[in-house]
Structures are given as C-alpha cells and as structure tokens.
Design a protein around this ligand. Structure first.
Ligand code: FES
Length: 155
C-alpha cells in the first residue's frame, strides 16, 4: 500500500472513531497528531473534504492550540528551559551544545526525525536548574558534557 493511501486509511479510521462529528474536530486533530507527530497539510485537506468542514476553519484550530504542530516533529521533544533560574545557571550553553551536536536550530527537527529542539520559559522546577525535559522526563543540574550520553539513551 502506498504511503498516501496508508495515511488516508488511518485518518479515515480516526474520523470514523468520532462518527464524523464536526464538533469533535479538536479530538480528531489530536489523534492525527498522535499518529503522525504533526498535522500534515494533505491530511488537513483530506479531513476538510471528508467532513465537509472549510479548510480555513481547520487551520484556525490547528494554529490556535500550541499542542498542534504543522511541521514534522521528532520522536522526542527536547525542551531546554531558558527561564531566569536556568539562564543564570548556564542554560544557554546547553542549547548551544544541543544545536551543535544535533546540527539543527532551536525549533527544528533532526533529519532522522528523532529529536525536536525547543526553548521554553520555566519548566516549574527552578531549584533543579539548569533543566531540560526530554519526552516528559526532567534532567536536572545539567552540564553540557552530560548531554551526549543522555541523548544516546533516547535513541
Ligand atoms: S527557570 Fe528553568 S525551571 Fe524555572
């Protein structure tokens, strides 16, 4: 089966799960994002046609919520805290090192789709600064020399 057909089939199943209910659009987009790790353009067009919802309406929802991404995302999201406490403890060195080691800029995803790198403002655990969070796991008191080993554990 071709990739596009597989994608369509998966999206059809998601729409079916919600009985094609237009009021369930957020839940449908959440499921699509969980399936593909982002909202592919062609998928949004497909949903628009199948559910008879204007594409502009779907984009309004997709761009309103931070949880949705229109760009491909990695298997793991690395969130580097650049809040005040982490900044004071050298968080900018961590982001520099990650950008260098992963060959991407903040906000981008590695070519192998393994990691997406993001900057955040306070992860709510300032006493552990500097902190990064990878796929929900907090890594406290980090130094840049520890990063390669940590990343290896996620591959
Ligand atoms: S500033 Fe980094 S966790 Fe609060």
């Amino acid at each position: 089966m071709k990739k596009a057909q597989t994608m369509d089939k998966k999206v059809k199943d998601i729409i079916k799960k919600y009985y094609g209910d237009k009021t369930a659009m957020i839940a449908i987009l959440q499921d699509v994002q969980e399936e593909f790790r982002y909202l592919p353009k062609e998928t949004l067009s497909f949903i628009s046609k199948k559910m008879d919802v204007p594409l502009t309406r779907i984009y309004e929802i997709a761009t309103f919520y931070n949880a949705f991404s229109l760009k491909p995302r990695g298997k793991h999201t690395i969130e580097v805290c650049l809040g005040t406490a982490c900044h004071v403890q050298g968080a900018s060195r961590l982001i520099d090192r990650l950008e260098r080691d992963l060959s991407i800029s903040s906000g981008d995803t590695t070519k192998d789709k393994m990691f997406t790198l993001e900057e955040v403002r306070c992860l709510g655990c300032c006493s552990l600064a500097p902190v990064i969070r990878i796929s929900g796991n907090v890594h406290p008191y980090l130094t840049q020399d520890e990063l390669p080993k940590i990343l290896r554990n996620y591959k």
